[in-house]
Design a protein around this ligand. Structure first.
Ligand code: AMP
Length: 425
């Protein structure tokens, strides 16, 4: 038996109805905030992530699905390719490649699978889905403004509220800019020097190469040491501090609650200034439903023009998980308005009627003329249909059909012309 690869999974109905429900709500909210959809490839050149996300991050150093794509022809060069572990790097690549700066401020979203070779567990998969949004553009278009940070966060609060997820918690931090980071890294190096040999292997390496990443450590024994380390909040320069205060002031004005968390540095190197996560109690250890932040230097790191930006990625798998209790998938799965039961030899007439009714936006399940009526009734009930509609020779001759309400048991004969209205009613 060939099974799905470890860490991947099939999403089956009715659960997929809940996924559609979430995506439809997200698209509605994106529309209200004037975001447009972008789709980028699921694989890119490996260098994009190495340069964008950062060599020392867990994602790039341990978790990427990377392969050497050999050229078939001499003209077709071999290259190292990687399944995208996150969406932002690809979107910024597209921004540079297609000169999206010419369009001013870009408000973009994308929905799709990401791939990371992590240890699979509940809420953590090797192929998982993200709903991602980015605001990016030249600084002259306002891309650097704290108003954009606040708008993005307020949009997320709106989306979660709309989905009925009420007990979320917004954790907010500023990770500063390149200047602050240099000083902070130096202070971290000094603080780590006397203690690093008591830390895990990863942290010992991080202490040398990229000390900020020590904050990603999940080893319990290292946590008391990490608690004593200096925090980025002590190193913010005047401009970063003012920016962060302005974001908070707008959030207060629009009444989006948040808590400050100066340990939050996010697991990717490109973040600058505002960094955030939304957590949700029901998720346990994997409690971050979504995360994001500003990445003002990313475009330049990828060889593009200065293009400040801010974005987030919602873990769709986890969002669906936190919804499941309150919103059973069954409750959002569309049910047939009517099941059409053709009597012997009536498949053609039944198909004709189904075609007409579906054009009125009705959900129609079409039976088979080899079924006895009893079997059709059973199939209609199993499908959850509201009505059963019987198509026999007499009905076609009279141009009126037996329509039975499967809830009330009421049965009436309805002329063809009135059927759609009657079923909708
Ligand atoms: P990150 O940028 O790594 O914080 O990812 C953003 C969000 O994606 C997280 O808050 C999670 O909800 C989700 N996520 C990240 N990795 C996984 C995974 N392996 N499986 C499921 N969801 C994930």
């Amino acid at each position: 038996m060939i099974k799905a690869v470890r860490g991947t999974r099939d999403l089956l109905p009715p659960e997929t109805a809940l996924w559609n429900f979430v995506e439809a709500a997200a698209r509605d909210v994106f529309r209200a905030y004037n975001f447009q959809e972008i789709r980028t490839p699921v694989f890119e050149q490996t260098a994009l992530f190495a340069r964008g996300v950062g060599e020392e991050t867990d994602i790039v150093s341990k978790e990427m699905y990377t392969w050497e794509d050999r050229g078939r022809a001499a003209s077709d060069k071999g290259q190292s390719l990687t399944l995208r572990p996150e969406a932002t790097a690809g979107i910024v690549r597209a921004y540079i490649e297609h000169q999206l700066a010419d369009r001013g401020l870009n408000k973009l979203y994308c929905i799709g699978p990401m791939f990371r070779r992590e240890r699979p567990q509940k809420g953590r998969y090797r192929q998982f889905y993200q709903i991602d949004a980015e605001i990016i553009g030249p600084a002259s278009a306002g891309s650097e403004s704290p108003a954009r940070d606040a708008e993005l966060l307020e949009m997320l609060a709106t989306l979660l509220d709309r989905l009925g997820i009420t007990d979320w918690n917004l954790q907010l931090n500023s990770v500063g800019c390149a200047n602050d980071r240099a000083q902070f890294n130096e202070a971290l190096r000094q603080a780590l020097a006397p203690v690093q040999d008591r830390m895990c292997d990863d942290c010992q390496r991080r202490a040398l190469t990229n000390p900020l990443r020590v904050f990603d450590c999940k080893v319990p024994a290292d946590q008391p040491i990490i608690e004593t380390l200096p925090r980025i909040s002590q190193f913010l320069d005047e401009a970063c501090r003012t920016h962060f205060e302005a974001v908070q002031a707008i959030l207060k004005k629009v009444e989006v609650p948040f808590s400050l968390n100066d340990r939050l540095v996010r697991g990717l190197d490109y973040y600058t200034r505002t960094a955030f996560e939304f957590t949700h109690g029901a998720l346990g250890a994997q409690n971050a439903i979504l995360g994001g932040g500003r990445y003002d230097g990313l475009s330049e790191a990828l060889g593009g023009p200065p293009a400040p930006g801010i974005g987030f990625a919602i873990g769709e798998d986890r969002l669906v998980m936190s919804l499941e209790e309150k919103t059973p998938a069954e409750s959002v799965m569309p049910k047939p308005d009517a099941y059409i039961a053709p009597l012997a030899g009536m498949n053609g007439d039944a198909a004709r009627l189904a075609r007409a009714l579906r054009r009125h936006d009705l959900v129609i399940e079409l039976g088979d003329d080899t079924f006895r009526l009893k079997k059709s009734f059973e199939a209609a009930a199993r499908a959850g249909a509201k009505y059963i509609l019987i198509v026999g020779e007499d009905e076609v001759k009279a141009d009126a059909f037996a329509l039975k309400n499967l809830g009330t048991g009421e049965q009436i004969s309805v002329p063809r012309a009135d059927l759609a209205r009657k079923i909708q009613g």
